[in-house]
Design a protein around this ligand. Structure first.
Ligand code: GDP
Length: 291
């Protein structure tokens, strides 16, 4: 929570505290409305969510507009924020997202989190485009104590996924993390690859993957949101991991994502270390952003 609070310091001071001051001391008239609108947009909340928030505030005509704003934000962020843990084993989670978003790091952090719960974890290196990426993932697997399944650079992603799930089933492992395609040069290609991975693992487990987590870099703001829309079109994303909230990211992006994508944020990344992945808590997030 402290890392999140530190990370959101700038957003808090430059935008949300100002909004708080305006709401506390000014009448909610046209001028106030415009000031708040501008600050929300600057905070990366996005046009759609900003308009929704303003409309809500106008509709509610609240005595205490600052508290009302907090409630509206929590409401937007609230969803199925916990993992959908299946009753069957292994729990198969695939991770998608563009290169640089923090996908590999998140895979390592998730492996470590599950290991901490005493679970046996398998990581499948399905992003086979770069050998360096495979090696980097291997380091995370070693660090977290997960079994690592990889093929050569350029190998078929679906074949790696099949091996990882098959290994987990035959050895009675609890969790499979699949680090999948990170290139976005061509939507058709991305769709083919991700759908093939799903098709192949469904031969072993019809309900897999149980979660598809889209990893997004919070620093990229509205651009990241556009990428997310493309992923949402090609694959059934069940949750978002929002990384790099410890840095220069504007916290408002979480609100834009939740509102515009309608996909719950499940985890946040607050650093480069193995323990720097936290379950997303809407109330704690809004507290860090606003108070
Ligand atoms: P990938 O290409 O999507 O697999 O991205 P990586 O996992 O290699 O991460 C790209 C860079 O972002 C690396 O330098 C990571 O250390 C860094 N990174 C990942 N997650 C976080 C985070 O939550 N906070 C910070 N500050 N850096 C992160």
């Amino acid at each position: 929570f402290d890392k999140l609070r530190d990370g959101l310091k700038k957003s808090r001071e430059s935008f949300f505290n100002k909004i708080g001051q305006i709401l506390k001391f000014k009448k909610f008239d046209k001028e106030t409305r415009e000031e708040i609108e501008e600050l929300l947009i600057l905070a990366d909340v996005g046009v759609e969510a900003t308009e929704y928030i303003i409309e809500k505030l106008e509709e509610m005509k609240p005595e205490d507009a600052f508290s009302a704003l907090k409630e509206i934000l929590v409401d937007i962020l609230k969803g199925k924020n916990e993992l959908n843990v299946p009753s069957e084993k292994p729990f198969v989670i695939s991770l998608v997202g563009v290169n640089g978003s923090g996908k590999t790091t998140t895979c390592g952090k998730l492996a470590s989190m599950f290991r901490g719960e005493g679970k046996q974890v398998v990581i499948g290196a399905c992003d086979t485009f770069r050998a360096a990426a495979i090696d980097q993932l291997r380091v995370w697997a070693d660090r977290s104590g997960a079994t690592f399944i990889a093929h050569m650079e350029g190998a078929d992603a679906a074949a790696v996924a099949y091996d990882a799930v098959n290994h987990a089933i035959s050895k009675g492992k609890d969790v499979v993390l699949l680090d999948t395609a990170g290139r976005l040069h061509n939507k058709k290609h991305l769709m083919d690859e991700l759908q093939k991975v799903n098709r192949v693992i469904q031969k072993l487990m019809p309900n897999a993957p149980h979660e598809v987590l889209l990893v997004l870099d919070a620093v990229t703001g509205q651009n990241g949101l556009q990428q997310a829309k493309i992923f949402k079109e090609v694959v059934n994303v069940t949750g978002i991991v929002l990384t790099k909230l410890d840095g220069t990211a504007k916290g408002g992006i979480a609100i834009a994502i939740a509102k515009e994508l309608g996909i719950p944020i499940k985890f946040i990344g607050v650093g480069e270390g193995i323990d720097d992945l936290k379950p997303f808590d809407p109330v704690a997030f809004v507290e860090a952003l606003m108070a």
